[in-house]
Write a protein that binds this ligand. Sequence first.
Ligand SMILES: [Mn+2]
Length: 334
Amino acid sequence: MNLNESYVLEEPVKGLLFVGDTHFSTVTPRSRIDEYPKTALKKMREVHKICKEQGFSIVVLLGDIFNKPSQPISYVNSILDLLAYFKKDGIEVYSIIGNHDVLYNRLDFMDKSSLGNLFYSGLLKPFGRIYFKTESGHSFGVAGFHYGEMVKPAEEVLEGVNIPICVAHLFYNMSSYSDDYLSDKQVKELGYKFYALGHDHITFNPVKVDNSYVIRPGSLMRGTSHRYNLSREVVVQGLKFDQGDKPVKFKSFEIPTANAEDVFTSDVYNRKVSSSDLLIEISAQAEELLEKMDGDKSGRTIYDVLDESDIDEDVKSRIELYLQQFGIFRRKSS
Ligand SMILES: [Mn+2]
């Protein structure tokens, strides 16, 4: 399987729709009281509806399709069924690979992941490049970079296109920890007109940097009861072509969501749960923190990162206890 396939589309394209981290999972996060797996599929049906109504024939998923690399076969099948539903209406779905999709961020582990099933089916297409033209004759090139791949300059990878677009699974201007982000400097130097980024679960309006735009729709699913998830709208964002006098127009579409109070429980961490469930939850959060620390070169400690994290205080203190079990104690201030 070529994860960096090039596609040259024959038919003129009317628009591109970007869908942020879907995080398909059969496990309902403990903070949610709805059925997460079903809600995720329902939201993708809404995406399909938007495509039909707005004339999008290309959907680009921005990575983290699955929450964990391996998912139950029945759930993978229901996602294949969903992708077939897009295909039936002539909507092609492309995707890059996020850090949650493969074990150890190793692309050569794709064969062992559920995302690999989707790719082998041909209903979801991993891509390196997509070339197409619009009705008015503008030529576009979309360069996709999987998590862990270095983003290369537009002129190096997309020759002879009017409007180059970069799709990657990276934060933007996040200088605090790790190196999985695009800096302002890179955005300027890489030379793309648009950067559509997954990885960040928060929804942003496009940011203009010189003559480029950074697009971050945020995750399709609200996996946690983090503060930003309680208030934000869930959207998909896209580009429409040949609208009036402009070759490209940015569009944002809201995906209907339940009220946060109907999805998340307020006393999530006080709910009576088995201690093993609690341990799984806390260790998952702690592991995420440790992962973030991996790329950190600023000399900050895990407690610095923990203190700044958007995690309930109650959980923070439990993570602290968890870390202490492994002999990782808070550094005494001098
Ligand atoms: Mn994600």
